[in-house]
Every structure is written in C-alpha cells, then in structure tokens.
Design a protein around this ligand. Structure first.
Ligand code: ATP
Length: 233
C-alpha cells in the first residue's frame, strides 16, 4: 500500500538561511508518528513546509497519492491536511464557538452538525462555548485549536509542540483526548515534541530530527526507559 505521506529530499529556508537540509520519511495511513528534537532543529519549519505556509526549495511532498509540493495551503487543507500550530494561534477576542466556526470556514462547510460532532469529544469545551478564546487557560486553548482543526475533517493532523507551556494535569487530558479521537475518527497524526512522555504515550514510531534532517528512528525500549539523547538516533 502506498504511504499516506511521503516526504523526499525536502529543503526549505528562511531567506537565504537553509533550515531543512533534505528531510526524508514516509508514514502509513492511520499511523501516529512522533518527531522528537531540541529547540531550533527545524520541527516547526518542517510542519510549515508540509502544510505549505513555507515553500519547499527542493524535494517533494506526496499526500494521499497527490504531489502537493507546489499546492497552496488551502488546497492542501481541502485534500485533508490540517495543522495545529505551535502557540495555538486561536482568535483571542472570539468566543470558543466562533473559533470553531473559523475551522469550518477553512473547509467551506457551514454545518453546525460538524461542530456538534467534534464537541462530543471535547466535553471541557462544551462548558466554555461562550467564553473568549483569550480567557482560556493554555491547555484549554490547545484543546480548542485541536477541535477547530477537526472541524475541517482532516485525514492527517500536524500537531506542533502541543504540550508547550501547559500544566501536567491537562497534558494527561490531551493524551486521553487524542487516544479517543484515534479510536473514533480515522485519523493519522504527526506529533512534533520535546516532551518524551507525551510523544511515547501516543506515537507508533518516533523519528529524531537534528539540524534539519531526520537522523533515524528512536528505539522504543529507550523511549520507554527515558534514556534518549535527542541528538542520537
Ligand atoms: N521566521 C523565521 N525567520 C528566520 N529564521 C527562523 C524563522 N523561524 C525559525 N527560524 C530559525 O530556523 C531554525 C529552526 O526553527 P524551528 O522553529 O523550525 O525549530 P524547532 O525545532 O521547531 O524549535 P522550537 O522548539 O524552538 O520551535 C532556528 O534556527 C530558528 O531560529
């Protein structure tokens, strides 16, 4: 079976500074893939390049059998790619419900039933529908960003450092939410993280990234024992 996502020789830069230096990996449909790396190793840049907000300078990205390397972000979104960005990027002055409507707009589906369907898996958000996004805790904002992304019915979600700045209690809730989503929706996910416990709990496979390259797969036994030097594969 052909992979859901195939990234080959992918390069990207900010101005003249190269960041991605030839990224290669594939993932299967239904897989939860972790990408582990320290600050500045290119994790966010990789997510932005796969989503199309940063152009690839070389290499290719194939998603669900289509070459998306040169497609615009909204076209990738329509094919089923979704990004939950680092820092969440929810709209602070809009209510939780209005934020979720923005997710629908991205998929051109003004369907209240879609929001209700998503909310079934986010009981905490149901109680906060009228609250302004900016008044939520960091963890609640992260749940909202995930719920908003789901409103566009993605096949593959790119989750960029979801645990950054979030309390441990809500990190546990996020793990449970993601495991429930995995069972109930046919989803695939790339989870980019520095948090070892989070990535180990959720990923089928974990790759390490260093200086804009995938340096290999991190051994599961080492992940479980916490004995991982992120610089080595
Ligand atoms: N908009 C930008 N313009 C110029 N350089 C940038 C920009 N964004 C990131 N960089 C640089 O690109 C490199 C990779 O950054 P990136 O955000 O992809 O790393 P990361 O692995 O996601 O780390 P972090 O956890 O800190 O977000 C870093 O050296 C960073 O300083």
């Amino acid at each position: 079976m052909s992979p859901l996502l195939a990234v080959e020789g992918l390069r990207a830069s900010y101005g003249r500074v190269p960041i991605l230096a030839g990224v290669d990996f594939t993932m299967a449909e239904g897989e939860f893939l972790g990408i582990l790396g320290h600050n500045g190793m290119g994790k966010t840049t990789l997510m932005r390049t796969i989503m199309g907000s940063l152009p690839a300078t070389a290499g290719s990205i194939h998603f669900a059998g289509t070459d998306v390397t040169k497609l615009a972000t909204h076209q990738r979104s329509r094919l089923g790619l979704g990004l939950v960005p680092q820092g969440r990027e929810i709209f602070p002055t809009l209510s939780v419900e209005e934020n979720m409507r923005m997710g629908l707009a991205a998929a051109k589906r003004e369907d209240r039933a879609v929001i209700d369907g998503v909310l079934q898996d986010f009981p905490r958000l149901v109680r906060l529908l009228d609250r302004r996004g900016g008044a939520l805790s960091g963890g609640e904002q992260q749940l909202l960003a995930l719920a908003r992304c789901l409103c566009a019915k993605p096949k593959l979600i790119l989750l960029d450092e979801p645990t950054e700045g979030i309390q441990p209690s809500i990190i546990e809730e996020m793990i449970e939410t993601l495991q429930t989503l995995r069972r109930r929706w046919s989803l695939s996910m790339i989870i980019v993280e520095q948090n070892l416990d989070f990535i180990t709990s959720l990923s089928d496979r974990v790759l390490s990234i260093q200086k804009g390259r995938i340096t290999g797969e991190v051994d599961r036994e080492r992940l479980l024992s916490g004995d991982v030097a992120m610089t080595a594969a």
